[in-house]
Design a protein around this ligand. Structure first.
Ligand SMILES: Cc1cc2nc3c(=O)[nH]c(=O)nc-3n(C[C@H](O)[C@H](O)[C@H](O)COP(=O)(O)OP(=O)(O)OC[C@H]3O[C@@H](n4cnc5c(N)ncnc54)[C@H](O)[C@@H]3O)c2cc1C
Length: 487
């Protein structure tokens, strides 16, 4: 018997750790404050429900999901002793906290790692033109410099197919009495604690998607039949996303982020659709596949730079003089910047724990460029508020937007007015989230930050004035970043 240590893979299907299984397994999850303590306020209850569903799946088959709290290495060691299991199977993690966890386990216990989070193990890809390509530990090797170089190499790699779920005979009969953590009404670590602080309470302050692997598979299937073949055409179409949020884009990110969906399951759908696709359909399917590759690109960056969340990805010649402006940060988080598309995006985040990718880029650019606040502030806010927070994609994307990451454009600045004009010209997306602008004509929504103040007050007296001038913010960001980055 072996222990199947569930980490971010919180599902019974497509578990890479089971690909070479020739023994029975006992599933276990360890709630380690060093790792799970970092869960954001929205993901925490979503993860709780995912674990509850996973436990139910195992119990229906006569086994259980063993739940332990504490340091992973110590809890797993105790469980090996208690059960007589021969070893541990687990999926490799890439954040500093997960690496420290698995390093300790590898050092002390018999453990087998597999690559589960991504299709191509980050260590398999290294820039062959770099001088250090052939030498040293994987972490010392040079990464690809841009997404397109990475993508070309990534496309050539063989992608594994999905892994079948365990059969009842593969599972050890077991009963565990520890409660599932992170369910609403629980304290943060999932156990009742005397004098617990109210701040520790788990509260879902938004409607959560159903946290089961079947709901995730249903979403994938719905997107396969009603979105995949038009994806490139609709992915930036904000009015279409308002009309049917699950047809214009896949909305798979929350399931991928908490591990309710295996990436090989998603890739199998792409690969199958691609086989018979021609012309426009082929282009659409390929575009979706390339977005999955952006996710893999983020893991490549995290693999090479484990401190992606805190340190600039690229060497920066001069320190960037980020501004200190708590009021502007507060206005941004509340969706009260006076920029309609920015505010609609931030209010979508608050209401749904999700932002469509187009406004996601616009709100991030607005914070780091027009307002000139440190990208780490925005990254941390997203970490807390996103249901689909991903420890590689979130910091990699923030750095890309802030020009400290891998963007090939020297200093890219999204103009929130022209972005609104191009992607939401009739203000449908804005009106869906900013009720103060419900009665405002289309062109005034688009041009809002540049309208005379009297006109704005007349049209929507309850909506805030812009916190920074459109041209002032743009010009300041360009000058400051060009100087700091010497670009
Ligand atoms: C500042 C910023 C922060 C972000 N933070 C996150 C995050 O924490 N978690 C997250 O999953 N995505 C993040 N993204 C990327 C992207 O916005 C989301 O993946 C996407 O909007 C999720 O919606 P979807 O599932 O409908 O995506 P679709 O467009 O349907 O794409 C399918 C899948 O491909 C992947 N994907 C799509 N676009 C990207 C991208 N640009 N980079 C990496 N992977 C991508 C995701 O796994 C997504 O679920 C961030 C983007 C920005 C600009």
């Amino acid at each position: 018997m072996e222990l199947l240590w569930h980490r971010r893979d919180r599902r019974p299907t497509d578990l890479a750790a089971l690909r070479t299984l020739d023994d029975t397994i006992l599933p276990v999850v360890v709630i380690d404050p060093a790792v799970e303590g970092r869960l954001g306020s929205r993901q925490r209850p979503f993860v709780g429900r995912a674990l509850e569903a996973l436990r139910g799946w195992y119990r229906d088959r006569g086994s259980d999901l063993v739940i332990r709290h504490g340091s992973a290495v110590e809890e797993l060691e105790a469980l090996l002793e208690e059960t007589g299991a021969d070893g541990i199977r687990y999926a490799t993690g890439y954040t500093p906290a997960r690496r420290a966890q698995q390093d300790a386990v590898e050092e002390r216990l018999e453990a087998t790692a597999s690559c589960d989070t991504v299709l191509v193990p980050p260590e398999a890809l290294v820039d062959p033109t770099s001088s250090t390509a052939a030498a040293g530990a994987p972490e010392d090797r040079s990464p690809y410099g841009t997404y397109s170089q990475f993508y070309r190499a990534w496309q050539r790699e063989t992608k594994p197919g999905p892994v079948a779920p365990p059969e009842p005979d593969d599972l050890v009969s077991w009963k565990d009495d520890q409660p599932v953590p992170f369910l609403e009404g629980d304290h943060e670590d999932g156990r009742e604690r005397a004098n617990a602080d109210d701040d520790d309470e788990v509260i879902a302050d938004l409607p959560l998607p159903e946290a089961t692997h079947t709901a995730a598979r249903d979403r994938l299937e719905a997107f396969r039949t009603n979105g995949l073949e038009t994806y490139a055409n609709t992915r930036d179409d904000l009015p279409a996303a308002v009309k049917d949020p699950t047809a214009a884009v896949s909305r798979l990110s929350p399931y991928l982020a908490v591990g309710l969906l295996g990436i090989r399951d998603v890739w199998a759908v792409v690969a199958e659709a691609y086989v018979d696709a021609t012309g426009d359909t082929e282009r659409n399917v390929e575009k979706f596949g390339s977005e999955l590759a952006w996710r893999e690109w983020a893991y490549h960056q995290l693999f090479v730079h484990p401190d992606l969340e805190t340190e600039p990805y690229k060497a920066i010649p001069n320190e960037i003089p980020w501004r200190d402006d708590p009021e502007a940060l507060e206005a941004w988080t509340r969706g009260e910047t006076g920029y309609p598309l920015v505010d609609a995006g931030m209010r979508q985040l608050e209401a749904e724990g999700y932002i469509h990718n187009r406004p996601r880029q616009v709100v991030a650019s607005f914070l780091t460029k027009h307002v000139l606040l440190d990208w780490r502030l925005g990254e941390a806010h997203f970490r807390d508020r996103l249901l689909d927070y991903d420890p590689a994609t979130n910091p990699a994307s923030w750095q890309w937007i802030a020009s400290t990451g891998t963007d090939s454009v020297a200093v890219r600045i999204f103009d929130p007015v022209s972005q609104c004009s191009k992607y939401d010209p009739h203000g449908q997306f804005v009106r869906a989230y900013v009720p103060e602008l419900a009665e405002v004509p289309d062109e005034a929504i688009v041009e809002w930050p540049t309208l005379p103040a009297e006109r704005r007050h007349e049209l929507a007296p309850a909506y805030p004035d812009p916190i920074v001038g459109r041209n002032e913010g743009y010009g300041r960001a360009k000058a400051v970043l060009e100087e700091a980055l010497e670009r």
